[in-house]
Design a protein around this ligand. Structure first.
Ligand SMILES: [Ca+2]
Ligand SMILES: [Ca+2]
Length: 307
């Protein structure tokens, strides 16, 4: 099946856009990828403070017998700027599952999962004209071929954090998958060392999501297997701008029966954060649940009957 990367104008991701009472689409649906042979998949999108945005995705067989990562710039009217461009320099084996974050001036970083022999989570920084700045960054431990599922968040001033999950016992989890992270300054130099996010390490902790506010406070959420007593549950950990953990890891879902996983998170300027996740609903399948937490990580209110 031929997959196209189609742009859904994600207003929620545009920091400068104030949501009106009613959201109306601006313009029509756009096809992002120019190269259409085989599959283009796994899009990620980020915008600067003026509304200019970039979409990245992985494309199969576009450059040799592998999957590689490409990007396309747009201005604030959703008009393409330039042509689609390659993100990675190392293109042997598969580079896949890209994620992008952008500062207020349009500088951006793309992280991806390198499924090849070089392995691990890699990233590359670009300026607002999509010109690469520096070399590819080895984000996860250099020998960590088991690092998967990257997520990234960036402050308006360019500092960013990448998180991922890994089987690498050297990272300090020691039991199946754990969630790890690395902070970077605005020049993409590592800030501090790689750190483990999950405190509870038994079994699988994986598929993290992350959000940071302009002060640098950030929160990571992930799914953990059997920690809540019945298959997967969702947990959160807060950090300050120096990367110091704030409080203990927090159980997110109140309903623990069945699966709660595939979490997403966003943090506001006051440090409050909202988590959304996929929640099992017995015989009726799955729904989406959300929960709002205050800046101390305490439950502020339940915003979904599924929580
Ligand atoms: Ca673990
Ligand atoms: Ca559960």
């Amino acid at each position: 099946m031929r997959l196209r990367v189609l742009l859904v104008f994600a207003l929620s991701g545009l920091a400068s856009v104030r949501l009106a009472a009613q959201i109306a689409a601006i313009g029509s649906e756009l096809q992002v990828n120019t190269y259409t042979t085989s599959a283009q998949a796994f899009p990620s999108i980020a915008a600067d403070s003026a509304g200019n945005f970039i979409v990245v995705w992985s494309s199969n067989l576009q450059e040799g017998p592998f999957r590689n990562v490409y990007g396309q710039r747009y201005d604030a009217t959703a008009t393409p700027v330039g042509s689609e461009f390659p993100i990675c320099t190392y293109t042997t084996d598969d580079q896949d599952y890209p994620v992008i974050a952008m500062d207020s001036a349009g500088n951006f970083v793309v992280a991806w999962q390198d499924l090849g022999a070089s392995g691990g989570i890699r990233a590359r920084r670009f300026d607002a004209a999509a010109t690469p700045v520096g070399e590819e960054i080895v984000v996860s431990s250099a020998d960590d071929v088991n690092a998967v599922d990257p997520a990234i968040a960036m402050r308006p001033t360019g500092e960013f954090v990448v998180v991922w999950s890994s089987l690498n016992a050297d990272d300090g989890d020691g039991d199946n998958l754990g969630v790890f992270g690395q902070r970077f300054d605005a020049s993409a130099a590592p800030a501090g060392t790689e750190f483990r996010v999950n405190t509870y390490t038994t079994g699988e902790q994986q598929r993290p999501a992350i959000s940071v506010n302009s002060s640098g406070d950030f929160v990571v959420v992930w799914e953990s297997y059997l920690q809540d007593g019945d298959r997967r549950g969702v947990y959160a950990q807060r950090y300050d701008a120096s990367g110091a953990a704030q409080g203990a890891e927090t159980p997110v879902n109140a309903t623990t029966a069945g699966m709660q996983d595939e979490a997403a998170v966003t943090i506001d300027e006051a440090g409050r954060f909202v988590v959304a996740w996929k929640a099992e609903q017995g015989d009726s399948g799955y729904g989406i649940a959300t929960r709002l937490f205050d800046a101390s990580g305490a439950l502020a209110c339940t915003t979904s009957s599924l929580a």
